[in-house]
Design a protein around this ligand. Structure first.
Ligand SMILES: Nc1ncnc2c1ncn2[C@@H]1O[C@H](COP(=O)(O)OP(=O)(O)OP(=O)(O)O)[C@@H](O)[C@H]1O
Length: 256
């Protein structure tokens, strides 16, 4: 089995987000049991694991929706374990949600612009427009900018959700199942646009998705959770051929 690599704090570059030894209890349930992860600027990491293994809980701890029972969240060398989601978003830790939180009666551009509403500093009009235009272009949404979102195909809606996260220029982007519900090759435009945006903007990306092809198209490192602990981490090639990962996770996908 591939062992998680011990990583030293001293090696963290500026803008690194890390979770150290996170335990999260919900009453009698231990959703996380000492999980650690490190996301550096420029990293692209896929977080995999069976249903209920703690993936969303870990992301919720990283973004401040949950305060862990034990362990620390550190960003840019500072302990942010008790900071609110809003404070973390102002620092550049941005997420999208597993279920779309879009407004179908507003246009595509208006939905993307919602991502600018919570910025720490109000933007000048020119900068506001520039960010919106860049985010729409990054997700190839210009042709739909002025159309009501509710009339768009599902694949476009998923790209709107990502553009809404990109518009705030994240340093760390956390995506929870961005390709969920995209059948066939419908995930490919999302993977392409996201990859290009990540390369151009240089943010650290942590991605949860059960679509292994989609994840492989985007990430250069995989972390597999099982029962709230990191089972394995490493390159996609190493992790996906690990017998333990096959048994605990990939087997469950085949059964689904
Ligand atoms: N708010 C909560 N209250 C009680 N139990 C919770 C809560 N949130 C998560 N859990 C439990 O914690 C465990 C981990 O859940 P989590 O949603 O993090 O798993 P996951 O790996 O994201 O699963 P999935 O792939 O199905 O989204 C599960 O047993 C779940 O039922």
């Amino acid at each position: 089995m591939t062992q998680p690599t011990p990583e030293t704090k001293a090696a963290d570059p500026a803008g690194t987000l890390r979770a150290d030894g996170i335990v999260m209890r919900f009453g009698g349930i231990k959703a996380l049991d000492g999980a650690s992860i490190r996301i550096r600027p420029g990293d692209t990491i896929g977080l995999l694991g069976p249903n209920g293994s703690g993936k969303t809980t870990l992301v919720n701890c990283l973004t401040g929706i949950l305060t862990p029972t034990e362990g620390r969240i550190v960003f840019n060398g500072q302990d942010i374990t008790r900071r609110t989601p809003r404070q973390r978003a102002h620092g550049g830790i941005v997420r999208s949600f597993q279920n779309l939180r879009l407004m179908p009666d507003l246009t595509v551009a208006e939905n993307v612009a919602v991502g600018l509403a919570g910025l720490a500093q109000p933007l000048r009009a020119a900068e506001w427009r520039d960010r919106l235009t860049t985010a729409l272009a990054a997700q190839r949404l210009e042709p739909y900018a002025h159309s009501p979102l509710g009339q768009m195909p599902y694949g476009v809606m998923k790209r709107v959700e990502v553009a809404r996260a990109l518009v705030s220029r994240p340093r760390i982007l956390l995506l929870d199942e961005p390709a969920a519900g995209l059948g066939g090759g419908d995930w490919e435009p999302l993977a392409e646009t996201l990859k290009t945006a990540q390369e151009q903007m240089g943010f650290g990306l942590l991605l949860i998705d059960h679509n292994i092809e989609f994840v492989r198209a985007l990430v250069n490192r995989l972390v597999v959770l099982a029962t709230g602990q990191v089972l394995v981490e490493g390159s996609p090639e190493t992790v996906l051929t690990d017998p333990e990962v096959g048994r605990v996770y990939l087997g469950s996908l085949a059964d689904a």
